[in-house]
Design a protein around this ligand. Structure first.
Ligand code: HAM
Length: 412
């Protein structure tokens, strides 16, 4: 038997049902927030992620799936969606849109060579939002509230953990101070952090191994290294959030694992769980990938992590509105017609496709959690009448055949 590759999974049964529901909610929210759907390739030239996500990031250093194709092109399965969206934005000159802003969203598969575990897969799905073209804190607040509202709609009351990384100059000043502070303690930190101090000392604040060390707890505070302009824009984002009833906690150690962020960064968490999603502002990625200067902000969320949280909370059973019981050919023909009429009226319905007896069909209806039963019977049909049974109260009624659709619509 051939089995699936490590870190991948088949989307089945309950998980598949929740997945489709999440997609529906994301689509519905994207419509009211006016974000347009975009799809970019599953693989891109490897250089895009090296330059986009950053050579110093764990993702590019340890986690990408790189391969050469039959013409020796070096390609990478996308580990995230932002770099591809930005590449497409530049390549298709979307920045020339007369509105000056592109609000985009995507739902798609990503690949990271990570150690698989709960909430960590090698193939996983993200839904993501990217707003390209505006530097206004209003759009930072929109992205944050959009992401929070999608999770709330799904039943997850997440908290926003938010930080301000500042502009390039603020970050350089902070990195210098952090490096000076960490250098005398460097041998007490993990091997990865000893490398990070040269490549990107900010990333040390995010280290999982040294997370509880006093050295990191006493590190200089990034919020104290912000210019007036950076502080002002961060305060404005928070002020907008206050009015949108979004709960947030300022977390001055939050730096995120990708190199492209400036100013506001955030993650969504449920208690102490792994982050369900994260994002922030990236005002220089478009120009770093050879496009014009275009300020952007975005977010992405792991759908598998949402599914895990929803399953932990317990789910409502799946049900059908109507189950039609039919045994002989005349009854089956009527079932055939009725099912189409009901379905075209938006009523979900099921029937027996295995020629089971009546008793087995009642059991089947219960397995489907049918709310109402239509019990067809040849003799009644000849009189133009149909039996309907409420499968919860067990109450039975007889309805004229030509009134059945209206009757079922009134019940459901
Ligand atoms: P990220 O924090 O790397 O950000 O990933 C976003 C979310 O993807 C995570 O919070 C998590 O839910 C999910 N995720 C990441 N890795 C895995 C994995 N191995 N298995 C399962 N789920 C995973 C980004 O990807 C940025 N592109 C977000 C962004 C968009 N920033 C600006 N725009």
């Amino acid at each position: 038997m051939i089995i699936k590759p490590k870190g991948c999974y088949d989307l089945l049964k309950e998980d598949a049902r929740i997945y489709k529901h999440i997609e529906d909610v994301v689509d519905a929210y994207a419509a009211v927030y006016d974000y347009k759907f975009i799809r970019t390739p599953l693989f891109e030239n490897a250089e895009l992620f090296k330059r986009g996500v950053g050579e110093s990031s764990d993702i590019v250093q340890k986690e990408t799936y790189d391969f050469t194709d039959r013409s020796n092109r070096v390609l990478t399965l996308r580990p995230e969606g932002t770099a591809g969206v930005v590449r497409s934005f530049i390549e298709n000159k979307l920045y020339a849109d007369p509105s000056g802003i592109n609000k985009l969203y995507y739902i798609g598969t990503m690949y990271r060579y990570e150690r698989p575990g709960l909430g960590r897969n090698r193939e996983f799905t993200q839904f993501g939002l990217e707003a390209l073209g505006s530097d206004d804190p209003l759009i930072d607040a929109e992205i944050i509230s959009f992401s929070v509202n999608v999770l709330r709609e799904l039943g997850l009351d997440v908290t926003v953990h938010i930080n301000n990384l500042g502009g390039k100059e603020d970050r350089e000043n902070y990195k210098k101070a952090l490096k000076e502070y960490l250098m005398p303690h460097i041998n007490d930190l993990c091997e990865d952090c000893q490398k990070r101090i040269e490549i990107n000392p900010l990333r040390i604040l995010d280290c999982k191994v040294d997370a509880d060390s006093d050295i990191l707890k006493n590190a200089p505070d990034i919020l104290k290294y912000q210019s007036e302009e950076s502080e002002k824009r961060f305060k404005k984002v928070l002020e907008y959030l206050d009015y949108l009833d979004v709960d947030y906690e300022i977390d001055n150690t939050l730096v995120r694992g990708l190199d492209y962020y400036d100013y506001m960064v955030y993650e969504l968490k449920l208690d102490d769980s792994l982050a369900l999603g994260g994002g922030g502002r990236y005002n220089h990625l478009v120009s770093e990938l050879d496009g014009p200067e275009v300020p952007c902000v975005g977010f992405a969320c792991g759908i598998e992590r949402i599914i895990n949280c929803l399953k932990e909370k317990g789910l409502q059973d799946e049900y059908v509105d109507v189950y039609i019981l039919a045994v002989n050919e005349e009854e089956k023909m009527k079932a055939n017609i009725l099912m189409q009429d009901l379905r075209l009226n938006g009523i979900t319905c099921e029937t027996d496709y295995l020629n089971k007896g009546l008793k087995a069909q009642f059991k089947d209806a219960d397995r489907h959690n049918a709310k109402q039963l239509i019990i067809l019977n040849s003799e009644m049909l000849q009189k133009g009448m149909i039996n309907v049974k409420d499968n919860i109260t067990k109450e039975e009624t007889t309805v004229a055949e030509d009134e059945i659709i209206d009757h079922m619509l009134s019940l459901l």
